[in-house]
Design a protein. Structure first.
Length: 107
């Protein structure tokens, strides 16, 4: 159930316009200072993750590997996605709380 809570919150954030998805868009949001939390799919291509992780660490953006591309895409009503950035602080905090409940370590 708690995993569904995370996915449901991602869907709400998308409907509120507080989600950017896809590696290029997430990188742009991070560079622009809009990304508050980034989720990387566990099955994302290593090259995609390797492009994002150094930038996220340099910018101090909380991020973690969580879910699959299918789960993340399904949660936001899109095709499979490798990365999602949450741009609203309130939604980022809510997702982090729910992720803590699921207890799958944050990076």
């Amino acid at each position: 159930m708690k995993r569904n809570d995370v996915l449901g919150t991602l869907g709400l954030a998308r409907r509120a316009g507080a989600v950017v998805f896809g590696t290029s868009a997430v990188r742009a949001a991070t560079r622009e200072g809009r990304a508050r939390l980034v989720l990387l799919a566990a099955d994302a291509a290593k090259g995609q993750a390797n492009k994002l992780k150094p930038l996220l660490e340099h910018r101090g953006v909380p991020h973690m590997v969580w879910g699959t591309r299918e789960e993340l895409g399904g949660a936001i009503g899109a095709a499979q996605v490798s990365a999602i950035a949450i741009t609203a602080k309130s939604f980022a905090e809510k997702v982090l709380r729910r992720l803590d409940d699921v207890d799958e370590g944050r990076q």
